[in-house]
Design a protein around this ligand. Structure first.
Ligand code: HPA
Length: 272
């Protein structure tokens, strides 16, 4: 079956379970699943019931698509995302983004956990992503081209919507939420970075490193979604004094940022 048909089939299945047309998609990252508690009138569909969807194997990713109402908008939320390091193809990782678009979403908000490379960052702070470096060694658009999915060579000069970046920044200031702006470098993982890799990524100009987000943003650009990415800095990696990273710390520090993140997400939905 062609990818486009897989997208249509999944969207038709989800559409048959929910009322109304989703206006925005939200992807929640590691340790950030509690945001779905705030959604009302929701329907939760386990990924394994959705035709074509793969099921995440990662601790902290429960794997449900939640459709409901948040800040006056109908949203479709991925509670748990798929990662390249789990062994999925990037087409599989990004299928839900295409399905969200097919369901009607025009806006995509991505949240993810990331390691800070900028020495001014502190754990549990939020970085509004202004650009990325794809260092995953793969691209979700590699392979057969299909005009129904978008252009062969999508432009990425505005992949991170400037108006959404401005809006998120304004909301953070109003809410007295400390934020940074910066560049996210996507790596394949699952091993964490060595000190030498950390130094290199910083020298390349990246402010944070993570194992997700980049493929979803590339597909979102091809699909014509307006995208906002907020990375939660769960640990800060300094090449000259690297400390072991505990996954428990990553999860805990992500959770500590949840309220701040949620208030920006809600504000963005209200003001778009
Ligand atoms: N490196 C890569 N991915 C991550 C990190 C990190 O230090 N922290 C959270 N996700």
């Amino acid at each position: 079956m062609e990818l486009y048909d897989v997208v249509v089939r999944a969207a038709e299945f989800i559409g048959s379970q929910v009322k109304g047309k989703p206006e925005a998609g939200i992807i929640l990252g590691t340790g950030l699943g509690n945001l779905t508690d705030k959604i009302v009138d929701e329907i939760r569909i386990p990924y394994d019931l959705i035709p074509g969807f793969r099921v995440s194997t990662v601790q902290g990713h429960t794997g449900h698509l939640v459709v409901g109402s948040l800040a006056g908008k109908i949203v479709v939320v991925m509670e748990g995302r798929l990662h390249y390091y789990e062994g999925f193809s990037l087409a599989e990782v990004t299928l839900p983004v295409r399905v969200m678009r097919h369901l009607g979403a025009e806006l995509l908000i991505i949240n993810s956990a990331a390691g800070g490379l900028n020495p001014l960052f502190r754990p549990s702070e939020i970085m509004i992503v202004t650009d990325h470096i794809n260092f995953q060694g793969d691209n979700p658009l590699r392979g057969v081209s299909d005009e129904r999915l978008g252009q062969r060579f999508p432009d990425l000069s505005q992949a991170y919507d400037r108006d959404l970046i401005k809006l998120a920044g304004k909301l953070a200031v109003e809410g007295k939420i400390p934020i940074h702006y910066g560049i996210y470098v996507g790596v394949s993982g699952p091993s964490l970075e060595t000190p030498a890799e950390t130094r290199m990524l910083r020298q390349w100009g990246a402010d944070a490193v993570g194992m997700s987000t980049v493929p979803e943003v590339i597909v979102a650009a091809q699909e014509g979604l307006r995208t906002l990415v907020m990375a939660v800095i769960t640990n800060v990696n300094l090449p000259d004094c690297m400390a072991p990273i505990s996954i428990q710390d990553v999860m805990d520090n992500a959770s500590k940022a949840e309220n701040n993140l949620f208030s920006i997400v809600q504000g963005v939905l209200t003001n778009t």
